[in-house]
Design a protein around this ligand. Structure first.
Ligand code: BGC
Length: 349
C-alpha cells in the first residue's frame, strides 16, 4: 500500500512509497484512510525538527489528523464496516504512569507515551491502517469529510476543559476570550468560545481575506496588532501560535483571575527581555494562571465530536482550504497566507 514516510529529525527525507499492509499487531480494526489533515507538527517533522521513528526503524509513516472508513472490525463490538472513524493520536506509556493507567494519556507523566505519526508509532497517512477499537472514535456520517477536523478540535476541546477546570477554582463567569492565531487551532478554539456564549476576539497578523471573514461569520471580532489594543483584559486567552512575543503579550494582558492557555509549540532558541519581576507581581496579585495544554484523551475526542456537530457545516467546510491528492503531497506543504487547513486525500472521494 502507498504511504507517506519520513526519517524523523532528517530534513527533506519524506517520500511516497509502497510499504507492507498494516501489521496485525496494530489491532483488529482495519480502516481505509480517506483523508489526513496536515498541521504545524507535520511540517516540523518534515523539516527534520521533530518526530521519532518506531523502535528499530528509520522511517515513520506520517499523519495524525485522520478520517477513515472501517473495512473490518471484530464482531460484537460497536464498530461496523462502513463506519466513519478517526484514530486517536496518543497511546499510553507501557509502565504505565499514574495518568496513563486511568486513560489520561494526554497527561502522561514519564514521557514514554507514543503518538501515531509523531512519536514511535506509524501514523495514518497510508492507504489503510490497523488500530485497537478503544482508540477509534466514530464520527457522525452527516459530518462526512469534515470529520477530518476532529483531531484538531479534540486538542482545543481539551484546552477549553483546562480553562474551565482552572476557572472553576473560584466563582467563574467568563465573558471575553482572546484567541491568538487564526490558523485551524485558533479558529476552532474561537468556534468553541462562541459555543460557550463568550465574546470572542481573534488576533492574527493577516489583515484581510479568509481569516477575518471566517471570524466575522462566527460572530467574533478580528484584530491585527497587540492584545493591549483591545482596551480591556480578557478573562481567557487561548494562545495558538507558540510565538514567544505573543505568549508574553498574553501573560501580560489576561484579566484579573484569568487563565492563559498555551497550545502552540514554540521552537526554542529565541530569547527576549522581560521584566519578570513585574510579570510575577501581576500574576500573584491577580491570581492569574498560565497553563500548557497538549494532546487529547478519548473524552476530549467525544466532546469535540459534539462541538463539530453543533457547528455550521458550511463554516467548517471553509476551514478546509485545499484538498491535495496523495500523489501530489508536496503541494500540501506550500502554504499561502489564506490557507487554513490543508488536507491530503488518501482515497479520492
Ligand atoms: C498533535 C497532538 C500531539 C502534539 C505533540 C500535535 O500536533 O495534535 O496530538 O500530542 O502535536 O506531539
Amino acid at each position: 500500500m502507498k504511504a507517506l514516510t519520513v526519517i524523523p529529525q532528517t530534513k527533506d527525507s519524506a517520500r511516497l512509497e509502497d510499504i507492507d499492509g498494516p501489521p496485525e499487531s496494530d489491532g483488529p480494526v482495519l480502516v481505509q484512510t480517506l483523508a489526513v489533515g496536515i498541521c504545524g507538527t507535520d511540517i516540523e517533522i518534515l523539516s527534520g525538527e521533530y518526530g521519532w521513528p518506531p523502535p528499530g526503524r528509520d522511517r515513520l509513516v506520517l499523519g495524525h489528523e485522520s478520517l477513515g472508513q472501517v473495512i473490518e472490525a471484530p464482531t460484537g463490538g460497536d464498530l461496523a464496516k462502513g463506519d466513519y472513524v478517526v484514530g486517536i493520536v496518543r497511546r499510553p506509556d507501557p509502565v504505565p504512569c499514574a495518568n496513563c493507567a486511568v486513560n489520561e494519556w494526554d497527561f502522561c507523566r514519564n514521557g514514554l507515551y507514543t503518538e501515531r505519526g509523531i512519536k514511535g508509532h506509524d501514523g495514518y497517512l497510508s492507504e489503510r491502517y490497523r488500530i485497537q477499537p478503544e482508540f477509534v472514535v466514530k464520527v457522525d456520517p452527516k459530518l462526512g469529510f469534515l470529520g477530518v477536523l476532529l483531531e484538531p478540535t479534540s486538542v482545543v476541546t481539551k484546552a477549553w476543559e483546562q480553562v474551565d477546570r482552572i476557572g472553576g477554582r473560584a466563582h467563574w463567569d467568563p465573558k471575553t476570550v482572546v484567541v491568538t492565531g487564526a490558523g485551524p487551532i485558533g479558529l476552532l478554539a474561537a468556534m468553541l468560545g462562541v459555543q460557550r456564549g463568550l465574546e470572542v476576539h481573534v488576533f492574527d497578523q493577516v489583515a484581510e481575506g479568509l481569516k477575518p471573514q471566517l471570524v466575522a461569520e462566527l460572530g467574533g471580532i478580528y484584530h491585527t496588532g497587540a492584545i493591549e489594543a483591545l482596551g480591556k483584559d480578557p478573562d481567557v486567552i487561548i494562545e495558538c501560535t507558540g510565538v514567544s512575543s505573543l505568549v508574553l503579550d498574553a501573560m501580560e494582558h489576561v484579566g484579573t483571575g484569568g487563565v492563559v492557555c498555551l497550545t502552540g509549540v514554540s521552537t526554542g532558541g529565541r530569547t527576549i527581555d522581560i521584566d519578570e519581576g513585574e510579570l510575577n507581581r501581576s500574576m500573584v496579585l491577580q491570581n492569574e494562571v498560565v497553563v500548557g495544554s497538549v494532546n487529547a484523551n478519548r473524552r476530549h475526542y467525544q466532546a469535540a465530536a459534539e462541538g463539530l456537530a453543533k457547528a455550521d457545516p458550511a463554516w467548517l467546510g471553509k476551514l478546509i482550504t485545499r484538498r491535495v491528492p496523495l500523489e501530489s503531497w508536496q503541494q500540501a506543504l506550500d502554504r499561502s497566507p489564506d490557507d487554513v487547513k490543508v488536507v491530503i486525500e488518501v482515497t479520492p472521494s
